[in-house]
Design a binder for this molecule. Structure first.
Ligand SMILES: *Cc1c(COP(=O)(O)O)cnc(C)c1O
Length: 342
């Protein structure tokens, strides 16, 4: 049994032994000079999986999103995103600080904005107006409970972007979770966006890193911009090697995380004092509401029972995330702890 049941995030996953060995034995070189064969192989593999011309290994998902939004936009333009998106809520306003763009936000439902409202937000050409440069979507959508986006929605965003000459960027931090849950290939999702970012460091268990994929010209610009942000890395094959292992053998096991999240969600659904929208439990997360808040107090009581998680959403919700380092016993412990602590 694990010392604690750590349901805070899939970012806490430790690399596998095979990943560590792959790093130790990887062929290395200076990647800023494009001498690192391991990183080049990871990028090539990621480009194939996403169906894009090229891909770039970046330090984090935040960096990948920022690069994409910077490259797709011009200063003073607008980026449409939902108001619960990671980019709007969790990236310290990088879009404003570094890409020099203004975010335009809309509410979302199940991770999706209303397409008519998106269309209304697109700017008409006028000397007074900023231009609409990018529309962003998040797949899976974290704050909507980790739900995969519907293809129809993605096609709708694509159409709107094409009509106005904007780009679509997909924050696909957990796109592999979406793909495993729905059976829709990563490539198929990515085809509806100009660029896609995904994290290696979450459910795929790498210690560090994300991927940004898109057209070759876009990736070349992102590579230059990554250097501006201090993200030009040298013998980075040392960590990219883990990414290759992740893409080869850590994807299918995400289904186990989804199964455990479902078990946990259904248990929570039966508990007085808590409520969960089971339709939102589609991948590896369970968001549930605490009737008698604040949620942070329940989080503390759970921690005393060795169950770790975070309070969210105005301190009225709790998020629990399943991942490689959470097993069936951890789920049992979480359920027992909740029964005791609520
Ligand atoms: C985690 C996450 C990111 C960014 O990841 P970091 O690697 O932590 O910077 C971006 N988008 C979503 C939806 C995420 O969950």
């Amino acid at each position: 049994m694990h010392e604690t049941s750590d349901l805070r995030s899939d970012t806490v996953t430790k690399p596998t032994e095979k990943m560590k060995r792959a790093g130790m034995t990887a062929e290395l070189g200076d990647d800023v000079m494009r001498d690192d064969k391991t990183t080049i192989l990871l990028e090539k593999t990621a480009a194939e999986i996403t169906g894009k011309e090229d891909a770039l290994f970046v330090t984090s998902g935040t960096q990948g999103n920022l690069l994409a939004l910077s490259v797709h936009s011009e200063p003073g333009s607008e980026i449409i995103m939902d108001e619960q998106s990671h980019t709007f809520v969790h990236e310290q306003g990088g879009v404003a600080r570094i890409a020099l763009c203004q975010p335009v936000t809309l509410p979302m439902k199940r991770g999706m904005m209303d397409l008519d409202r998106v269309r209304e937000k697109v700017r008409a050409e006028d000397i007074h107006h900023p231009r609409t440069s990018v529309i962003e979507c998040e797949n899976t959508h974290n704050r909507a409970g980790g739900v995969p986006l519907e293809m129809e929605y993605l096609k709708g965003l694509r159409r709107i972007a094409d009509e106005c000459g904007a780009k679509v960027h997909m924050d696909g931090a957990r796109i592999f979770n979406a793909s495993v849950a729905t059976g829709i290939a990563v490539k198929e999702y990515a085809a509806e966006a100009d660029s896609v970012m995904f994290c290696l460091s979450k459910g795929l268990c790498c210690p560090i890193g994300s991927i940004l994929a898109g057209p070759a010209e876009f990736v070349a610009k992102a590579r230059r911009m990554r250097k501006v942000l201090g993200g030009g890395m040298r013998q980075v094959g040392f960590i990219a090697a883990a990414g290759i292992v992740a893409l080869e053998e850590m994807v299918e096991r995400l289904a186990e995380d989804h199964r455990r999240a479902r078990v946990l969600g259904e248990a929570v659904a039966g508990m007085p004092g808590l409520s969960v929208d089971l339709e939102s439990v589609r991948t590896n997360m369970v968001y549930f509401s605490v009737e008698k808040g604040p949620a942070s107090e329940l989080v503390e009581r759970l921690a005393a029972e060795k169950v770790l998680c975070f309070a969210e959403g105005d301190n009225r919700q709790i998020r629990m995330v399943c991942h490689k380092d959470v097993d069936d016993d951890d789920i049992d412990r979480a359920v027992e702890a909740l029964k005791k602590a609520v």
